[in-house]
Write a protein that binds this ligand. Structure first.
Ligand SMILES: Cc1cc2nc3c(=O)[nH]c(=O)nc-3n(C[C@H](O)[C@H](O)[C@H](O)COP(=O)(O)OP(=O)(O)OC[C@H]3O[C@@H](n4cnc5c(N)ncnc54)[C@H](O)[C@@H]3O)c2cc1C
Length: 389
């Protein structure tokens, strides 16, 4: 079947999620634990996780559909980008049997959440530069470093922290991922004061010789002989999480853009200050129509990326996921800007709930990878242009 046209099942899932999310109106910034739990009970949060571990056995295609519809209802769950999409994917693909058993069923039923920490204050967009380092102490690991802007650390039972270990043979640092439970001694967090009206907060993390057991390493302790342990597959683990993260950020942005647009359209149909509703003026109607077209186009690229990813084409999905994230973020920022403008003064009131989206929309332009870094990727990887850095 063509992947361009949504299947009956997908349309039904879309309608069910939309009805569910619209039936749970929530003021932005307020606690969403109950909504998360109920969504999990309905199978939405773990739809992409393997059936053998309590998930729905579907893919990122379905997970991004769920997030988009929640966002379109004004009720997005940011941590879906992190917990089931990044952490759930990494653990499903690379976790030890014990790690899968401990985390995946609990992620799927909504009882546990996992955050993801890669960004560092002195590395930012350049993740080759991260310095959070793990060294062995007997069978334990000692993890030291700093992270910044990590979302939801307070509500997550653990954070999947990207660090590095020293290769015993070459002495070079290679990436590795550790599961760090929230209350581990030496794992400290400070909330960053963000200008965002969201319940999911961002944190600066300080890891000061955080002692972790051997099984905190994703994929388990290494067997030096076989080279099959978590220490040797860290880079693959990391890449496994990045495409779902980008595709889900696209879904987040498209949902938000649709929400803003729908509010603006409803307003423009009614608000009359001359002889016709303002939506009859093409200066108002056309930018809204353009915003709709841009969101639809971004969604098409998101679906392409999700289908490629679910079909196992990580490389093809990489380019599409980057492009989808880029297109969705731009479409979202434009849609929100036009929506606010459509409401005139009301666009800036708290009551109408659009003004706070001006900052929220910018997040998808910056995170998890900025607009410029995607343009760099396409310049180098797709177009073969030389690098400036
Ligand atoms: C709300 C929010 C939630 C977040 N959640 C998480 C999370 O859960 N976990 C996590 O690990 N991180 C998270 N982040 C961090 C996010 O991924 C980073 O902010 C992002 O990767 C950019 O890094 P930076 O902020 O250090 O910007 P910098 O890397 O300092 O970049 C600053 C500016 O310079 C530009 N720039 C940098 N290098 C180049 C270049 N080579 N060419 C052209 N332009 C360049 C960038 O595009 C950007 O505009 C979150 C961020 C936000 C805002």
């Amino acid at each position: 079947m063509s992947t361009l046209i949504e299947s009956e099942d997908h349309r039904a899932l879309r309608a069910a999620v939309a009805a569910f999310a619209n039936g749970h109106p929530r003021t932005p910034g307020t606690d969403n634990t109950q909504f998360w739990r109920e969504a999990a009970k309905l199978g939405y949060i773990g739809v992409n996780l393997p059936e053998a571990y309590g998930g729905g056995g579907a893919g990122i295609t379905e997970l991004c559909l769920v997030l988009e519809e929640m966002g379109a209802a004004g009720n997005p769950l940011l941590m879906m980008i992190v917990s089931p999409a990044i952490c759930g994917t990494v653990l499903s693909r690379f976790g030890t049997e014990a790690q899968k058993r401990e985390w995946l069923p609990a992620m799927a039923d909504g009882s546990r959440l996992m955050a993801f920490g890669i960004t560092e204050p002195d590395a930012g967009s350049n993740s080759h530069r991260i310095t959070t380092t793990a060294r062995r102490d007997g069978t334990d690991w000692l993890l030291t470093g700093r992270k910044v802007f990590v979302s939801g650390v307070d509500i997550a039972d653990a954070t999947l922290v990207v660090g590095r270990t020293e290769d015993a043979r070459t002495g070079r640092l290679k990436p590795c991922l550790f599961i760090v439970p929230r209350d581990t001694p030496g794992f400290r967090r400070r909330q960053i004061d963000m200008e965002l009206n969201a319940v999911e907060k961002q944190f600066e993390l300080t890891l000061d010789d955080v002692r972790l057991p051997a099984d905190a390493l994703v994929g388990g302790g290494t067997s030096h002989a076989s080279g099959s342990g978590g220490e040797d597959t860290g880079l693959l683990q990391l890449f496994a999480g990045l495409n779902p993260e980008r595709i889900m950020t696209a879904a987040f942005a498209i949902g938000m853009g649709r929400f803003a647009l729908s509010r603006a359209v409803a307003y423009a149909r009614e608000r009359t200050v001359w002889s016709t509703p303002i939506g009859a003026h093409q200066a108002i109607a056309h930018p809204l129509a353009q915003a709709h077209i841009d969101l639809e186009l971004a969604r098409l690229m998101m679906q392409k990326a999700a289908h490629l990813y679910d079909a196992g084409d990580d490389t093809g999905a990489g380019e599409a996921a980057n492009m989808a994230k880029y297109a969705a973020a731009e479409a979202c920022v434009k849609a929100v800007d036009q929506a606010v403008h459509t409401l005139g003064g009301n666009g800036l009131t708290r009551e109408f709930g659009l003004a706070s989206l001006i900052t929220a929309a910018r997040v998808s332009r910056i995170a998890p990878v900025s607009r410029e870094m995607i343009l760099n990727y396409v310049s180098h990887q797709t177009l073969g242009l030389p690098k400036s850095y």
